[in-house]
Design a protein around this ligand. Structure first.
Ligand SMILES: C[S@@+](CC[C@H](N)C(=O)[O-])C[C@H]1O[C@@H](n2cnc3c(N)ncnc32)[C@H](O)[C@@H]1O
Length: 248
């Protein structure tokens, strides 16, 4: 979990490992062509070199959904296509994934996605105002299955409190994972967060049925091949909600 719960004397523990990876020719082309207009570095927002200003990025004010760890962008592009009235911010550290998403946006003619390269937790904490997001999505976060690495898992109490605080009342936190024990951890941590209500509390296990709009990413594909069940969790921030068209 990035920085959460750390003091200044300890280096932050991140939920990701940043490997420099080569882009394919197509990804490099997309990067050269579109990153300058569609992408931003989280570090520039953190340092104040560039403002966090979604209305300026999108040229409008619309409900805003932030996806943490957009991977290769399959879900981002599909969801942005399905909800043109919603603006989407995809945060990822993995450049080939961001480049692939740029290609998808160009293919689909999508203008409602902004890309941010860097740590989504620092972004949430330092740049995203409280009660400003209609939704936060975390699909298949790195499971960190080894016990000694568990502290790197993103979904922990401090992160969930931070995420909940950034949602508008009525806004949603949507999580999905194919690791049973991580799913249990997510549910336990979110159930304990006073700002969140499980929208599927009445369903068996409190799990939300898999939404059919979510495309099967390569991580979900692998989980299926390896026989792991996928669990979705959908929590809503408590309080008086915004108008229904601000819900996602
Ligand atoms: C297992 S992949 C899943 C990708 C995608 N959501 C999917 O379903 O295919 C998790 C991704 O989260 C990214 N990630 C992890 N922690 C992050 C953070 N704090 N900020 C931004 N991206 C992060 C990793 O780089 C990785 O690409």
């Amino acid at each position: 979990m990035a920085e959460v719960g750390q003091t200044a004397v300890h280096p932050p523990i991140h939920s990701f490992v940043h490997h420099r990876s080569r882009l394919t020719d197509g990804q490099q082309h997309a990067w050269d062509r579109w990153w300058g207009s569609r992408g931003r570095d989280v570090d520039d927002l953190l340092s104040g070199a560039e403002p966090y200003d979604p209305p300026a990025w999108f040229g409008r004010t619309a409900p805003l959904v932030l996806e943490i760890g957009s991977g290769m962008g399959e879900s981002t592009a599909a969801l942005a296509t399905a909800a043109p009235e919603v603006d989407h911010i995809a945060v990822e550290v993995f450049e080939p994934g961001l480049a692939q998403l740029l290609m998808r946006l160009a293919e689909g003619g999508l203008t409602n996605v902004a890309l941010l390269r860097g740590d989504a937790v620092a972004l949430l904490r330092q740049c995203v105002p409280p009660a400003s997001l209609a939704g936060i999505r975390v699909f298949f976060p790195d499971p960190w299955p080894k016990r000694k690495h568990r502290k790197r898992r993103l979904v922990q109490p401090d992160f969930v409190a931070l995420a909940a605080s950034r949602l508008v009342p009525g806004g949603t936190l949507h999580l999905a994972t194919d690791w049973d024990d991580y799913a249990d951890q997510m549910r336990e941590v979110c159930d304990a967060e006073p700002l969140l209500d499980n929208t599927a509390a009445d369903l068996p296990g409190g799990w939300t049925p898999r939404p059919d709009w979510r495309p099967v990413s390569k991580f979900e594909q692998r989980a299926r091949l390896e026989g792991r069940a996928v669990h979705d969790l959908l929590y809503r921030r408590v309080g008086t909600g915004p108008p229904s068209d601000h819900r996602v």
